[in-house]
Design a protein around this ligand. Structure first.
Ligand SMILES: Cc1cc2nc3c(=O)[nH]c(=O)nc-3n(C[C@H](O)[C@H](O)[C@H](O)COP(=O)(O)OP(=O)(O)OC[C@H]3O[C@@H](n4cnc5c(N)ncnc54)[C@H](O)[C@@H]3O)c2cc1C
Length: 446
């Protein structure tokens, strides 16, 4: 069975890998990935002895799928965890750094004392956080993250917790993001217990001893390189996709190739035009998933030129602060503190994230230097722009995805996979690839 995979980000590459495995030595499944730039935003570069990421730098340890794949690929020894002894995040408020209280499960506080002591929230918010435990179970139709968090903890928690934390992951506004898709666990707690604090507390797991964030010592790009070496890749984009009597015809670099099955793993925004001639309704549905972009600027300095003790993983910049100061940066990671072995002791490296893919380096650099009291010039600046790369799980996303999947399932031999649908993180993408490969392998076995 010939499978054509459009898009060789982590989803497309791992799908091809799993299909290869499922095919076994008989190679009953032959998968080909088409992508002019495999890996998508994932990649690692080495600059002046520092290991830098072009896009993602880690994934959540609680989601096992990426790590399982990494071990299967023989990269288990390269796995590493964030330096959680120093795990602390600052939030910019009124131009100064305040500490995010310890014990947060995303937007939900699970420890009383750190919240009580926190300077980030006023007493009104602290009181609301305490009283939240007395809520009764309730089921709401999908609401925005802002509405959800505001309802449970008030506006200050939206402004200084939900917005900066989620903007760093989804690159979108909590006013538009769907609570059901972005905070599904907490929506479930609301329905089951009323209080999300009670839910988070009851579901607490004993500490595993592993770090909350996981990565590869040599950089996440190593995972992409390992996959690339194991799958068949055509380094060009697919320009047209047609369903013919003989099967799926993919046209790439002027050449048409036939496949029995096609996996569209290039993002809903890029899938939309490709599927317009196959099924206009499905194409329209895919077009309802909006996208935003982002830029990562990584700046390296001599450690001696940075007066700050760098005693945290970095800082977040809430929307209100960005607007008040005209800032482009939403988050900054202090790489040498968060990860052992990525930055030599004599350097300080800052990974600055902006949801403006056009954010100029000079603007980000000026913001960083002002906040960190740096007057020296950087040793290096490395930038990567990722326009239209982040699907937005906006209000009603889950229902839209159900409809998309239903529609796609009615078209024989068509599979959709990737970060646009049921999870944006690297582990979610691997899971989506694994499930797709399993369904396809099931057809062969049947
Ligand atoms: C800046 C940034 C930072 C991130 N940080 C993290 C993080 O720290 N942790 C985490 O878990 N996740 C992070 N993410 C999210 C995660 O990286 C992505 O969700 C994931 O990599 C998406 O993988 P994918 O394969 O589904 O899609 P993509 O990686 O977008 O891959 C799609 C591929 O399709 C190709 N393509 C497009 N059109 C065509 C066509 N017509 N023909 C052929 N190929 C085509 C593209 O070249 C691309 O390679 C981050 C994302 C970004 C952008």
């Amino acid at each position: 069975m010939r499978v054509g995979i459009i898009g060789g980000g982590i989803t497309g590459l791992s799908c091809a890998y799993y299909l290869g495995k499922a095919g076994g030595s008989a190679s009953s499944i032959e998968a080909t990935v088409f992508d002019p730039a495999p890996g998508g935003p994932i990649g690692t570069v080495n600059v002046e002895g520092c290991i830098l990421e072009t896009g993602p730098e880690s994934w959540l340890a609680a989601k096992p799928w990426a790590e399982q794949l990494i071990r299967e690929l023989g990269l288990g020894d390269d796995l590493t965890g964030s330096n959680d002894k120093q795990r602390r995040t600052f939030v910019l408020r009124d131009g100064g750094f305040l500490t995010l209280p310890e014990g947060l499960q995303m937007v939900v506080p699970t420890k009383v004392l750190p919240v009580l002591k926190s300077e980030l929230f006023g007493w009104g918010t602290k009181l609301r956080m305490g009283l939240e435990v007395f809520r009764n179970p309730v089921a709401h139709p999908d609401r925005s993250v802002s509405e959800f968090v505001n309802d449970h903890f008030g506006p200050e928690a939206v402004e200084f917790l939900a917005e900066p934390l989620l903007a760093g992951v989804y690159g979108g506004s909590p006013d538009e993001l769907s609570a059901a898709s972005v905070l599904p666990k907490f929506v479930e707690y609301e329905q089951r217990y009323g209080s999300v604090v009670v839910g988070a507390f009851r579901d607490r797991r004993p500490p595993t001893g592993t770090s909350i964030f996981r990565s590869l010592r040599s950089g996440v790009g190593t995972l992409i390189e390992a996959l690339k070496s194991r799958v068949r890749i055509v380094n060009s984009r697919v320009d047209a996709l047609t369903l013919t009597d003989e099967g799926w015809q993919l046209t790439s670099a002027g050449e048409a190739t036939l496949f029995d099955i096609v996996v569209v793993a290039c993002g809903a925004n890029k899938a939309q035009p490709l599927l317009a001639g196959v099924d206009p309704e499905l194409s329209d549905l895919l077009g309802t998933i909006p996208y935003t972009g982002s830029a990562i600027w990584t700046l390296g300095y001599r450690r001696s030129d940075v007066p700050h003790p760098l005693n945290a993983f970095g800082f977040l910049v809430p929307r209100s602060e960005r607007e008040a100061r005209g800032m482009k940066m939403m988050a900054c990671t202090w790489l040498g503190t968060k990860w052992a072995g990525r930055v030599p002791d004599d350097k300080a490296v800052f990974r600055c994230f902006s949801t403006d893919p056009d954010a100029p380096c000079e603007a980000v650099q000026a913001e960083l230097e002002r906040l960190m009291d740096i007057t020296a010039q950087p040793l290096f600046t490395v930038g990567h722009r990722w326009p239209d790369s982040m699907p937005q799980y906006t209000l009603g996303h889950a229902a839209r995805v159900d409809e998309i999947e239903q529609r796609a399932s009615e078209i024989p031999g068509l599979y959709l996979a990737g970060n646009a649908y049921r999870g944006i993180g690297i582990p979610d993408c691997v899971k989506s690839a694994q499930q797709t490969a399993k369904s396809i392998a099931g057809l062969v076995a049947a």
